[in-house]
Design a protein around this ligand. Structure first.
Ligand SMILES: N[C@@H](CCC(=O)N[C@@H](CS)C(=O)NCC(=O)O)C(=O)O
Length: 204
């Protein structure tokens, strides 16, 4: 299995999930500017959508869409307990979180990473991000450790990844102490440390 990633991008979420699952995998960095992989491959040939993450399975199949990919990882390696069983209400709750993170929070950041975004559009994007973080701040306010309760799931890997973007965008997490504590809790997990080291986000 090979995960195509860009450092600190949303591909960090399946990267963490693979490490949590404890399975062997290869990593290949993608330069999103040149659209080339580290080995010189045209990334559009791997993922015609042109974005990370992409996961090449051992049989050659390529999976895209992070929220789906992490569920594939969780289901293929159930011993790691990264997702509730399919068909349960808890699984639907997980999917609710994954979908909300993907379509509402993750994409709310996109204008903030686009140099041509006007100041007005940036302010609107920041307000959108803030509203989404308000939701998680309230949810985590009941003292739960992770989004589904006491147990870490693939949704936590995704929220961690996206919440980290409040750093480079200057939003910070000072207004969301529960989210900040969550991020620190997830960051302390050995799988997360290993993934961040492998992506060069923290010192080796
Ligand atoms: N719908 C995709 C979006 C993936 C995405 O936004 N990837 C970003 C990095 S976080 C990217 O590679 N952007 C480069 C591009 O779209 O050209 C998913 O959820 O996996």
């Amino acid at each position: 299995m090979k995960l195509y990633y860009a450092p600190g991008a949303c591909s960090l979420s399946p990267h963490i999930s693979l490490r949590e699952a404890g399975v062997p995998f290869d990593l290949e960095r993608v330069d999103l500017a040149s659209r080339k992989t580290a080995s010189g491959e045209e990334f559009s040939k791997v993922n015609p959508k042109g974005y990370v993450p992409a996961l090449r399975l051992d049989d050659g199949e390529v999976l895209t869409e992070g929220a789906v990919m992490v569920q594939f990882i969780a289901d293929r390696y159930p011993a790691a307990g990264l997702a509730p069983a399919n068909g349960t209400l808890e699984r639907v709750r997980l999917q609710e979180h994954l979908n909300f993170i993907a379509s509402e929070l993750h994409k709310a950041f996109s204008p903030l990473f686009t140099p041509s975004t006007s100041e007005e559009a940036k302010r609107a994007a920041q307000a959108n991000v803030a509203r989404r973080l308000d939701y998680f701040e309230q949810l985590l306010g009941d003292g739960r450790l992770y989004l589904l309760g006491e147990r870490f799931s693939v949704a936590d890997a995704y929220l961690f990844t996206v919440a980290n973007w409040t750093g480079p965008t200057g939003i910070g997490l000072a207004k969301w102490p529960n989210v900040a504590a969550f991020v620190a809790r997830v960051a302390a997990r050995p799988s997360v440390q290993a993934a961040m080291r492998a992506e060069g986000l923290i010192a080796a």
